[in-house]
Design a protein around this ligand. Structure first.
Ligand SMILES: *Cc1c(COP(=O)(O)O)cnc(C)c1O
Length: 386
């Protein structure tokens, strides 16, 4: 990668300061492999705070997605509907099991899947709908859950962006509570991190037992640990999906600071919003769309420029001023791997977000002065070029 000394980088992982002491405790315990006390405490955190029926710590969100695909019992030729504007692991996890991916377009207003486009894509072969709450802002998950129920499909929420984000209806429901399964990421770029890590949250009780088996390399080791069976045996397919206790210890230190992390990041998000809305030139730039049922968890702040040329020009303009901003997903239906397999219609909104969206720096230690600097540079750019 090109080396630029940015004054303001796109991301800076936050460490709370408690990580090392938690990891030392894990080392001292003598239990280093997975599914020890720290793993349990991370998993319990999610169950207690968000009300999931079960949760399993994984090596990544990718791993949690792969587990979901196995749990859906995807067979060769089954169809899975998902947005094209998303992270590649969402598609790969199902392709690995032989699925055909049916990509849906994003909404005109936001990169989230357009719920109106889903129903016409459902066929007899459809097994699951997988959605992402882009930027941690809820997609129209109530309507999607209704569709999944009506057609008896699995629903999986990729909540890699959306820890501690909510759907605000009659009551406030955490994202990840709507699907049969939800997959979290603790990659360095996410709100809460342990370097690499993830979690599978399970809302559909019928799948808890099998999930534990898949997680433990296809064995009934979890039951063995509970002394429910005398020896553990190979009972199903599975893989090595669980991280070590060192990873879990690092993660727990972050989870114990979640409220503080969220407060800080959400503050950054809304400061951007407030400052950008004041700009006279702002009507040419699309700001994050937050429907009345959603809110931001401070994961990501994006702008949508009128054209790809404007977007790329803005990236370079800010780079010259040592501010790092970055584009995001390249539409999967046009990817080198899938473009010849994709037989659907053009997905113009998805392509628009691939071409025209840019993400602004957002992290715990980004201070309001930096935000003012970034916004004033965007203003200068837009006065000159938009
Ligand atoms: C980061 C991300 C992933 C992958 O997470 P890993 O933990 O790196 O596997 C998957 N989906 C989305 C939407 C992401 O943003």
């Amino acid at each position: 990668m090109e080396k630029v000394n940015y004054k303001i980088t796109y991301n800076r992982p936050y460490v709370t300061g408690d990580e090392a002491s938690y990891m030392i405790k894990a080392v001292a315990s003598g239990k280093l492999s997975g599914n020890g006390i720290f793993t349990q405490r991370c998993q319990d955190f999610f169950i207690n705070k968000y009300g999931f029926k079960a949760s399993l710590l994984t090596n990544s969100c990718t791993a949690a997605l792969e587990m979901s695909a196995i749990l859906c019992n995807i067979q060769s030729g089954d169809e899975v509907i998902m947005p094209s504007f998303t992270f590649v692991s969402m598609a790969n996890a199902f392709v690995l099991r032989g699925a055909k991916i049916v990509f849906a377009d994003s909404s005109e207003f936001s990169p989230n899947i357009d719920v109106k486009k889903i129903e016409s894509l459902i066929t007899k072969k459809t097994k699951a709908i997988v959605v992402v709450h882009y930027a941690g802002i809820s997609c129209d998950i109530i309507e999607i859950a209704k569709l999944a129920k009506a057609y008896n499909l699995f629903l999986i929420e990729d909540v890699a962006h959306s820890i501690d984000s909510y759907y605000h209806g009659d009551e406030k429901i955490p994202l990840g509570k709507f699907g049969d399964f939800a997959t979290f990421s603790f990659h360095e770029t996410k709100n809460v991190t342990c370097g690499e890590g993830g979690l599978l949250a399970i809302n559909n009780e019928n799948y808890i037992e099998r999930a534990e088996i898949i997680w433990e390399k296809g064995t009934n080791r979890a039951d063995f640990n509970r002394k429910k069976v005398k020896k553990y045996e190979w009972v199903d397919i599975g893989s090595s999906f669980l991280p070590s206790e060192l990873t879990a210890a690092f993660l727990l230190a972050q989870l114990d600071n979640l409220e503080n992390i969220q407060k800080q990041r959400v503050g950054v998000f809304y400061k951007y919003f407030e400052e950008l809305k004041k700009l006279s030139s702002i009507e040419k730039i699309q700001l994050p769309y937050i429907p009345e049922y959603a809110s931001s968890n401070g994961h990501l702040f994006y702008l949508v420029l009128p054209t790809k040329e404007h977007r790329n020009k803005l990236i370079n303009y800010l780079k010259d001023r040592e501010i790092q901003v970055v584009f995001h997903y390249q539409s999967l239906h046009k990817s080198p791997f899938y473009k010849n397999k994709f037989k659907g219609q053009k997905l113009l909104n998805s392509e628009k977000y691939s071409d025209c969206l840019v993400r602004l720096p957002i992290y715990y230690s980004l201070n309001f002065n930096d935000i003012i600097i970034i916004v004033s540079e965007i203003e200068k750019f837009s006065k000159k070029y938009l």
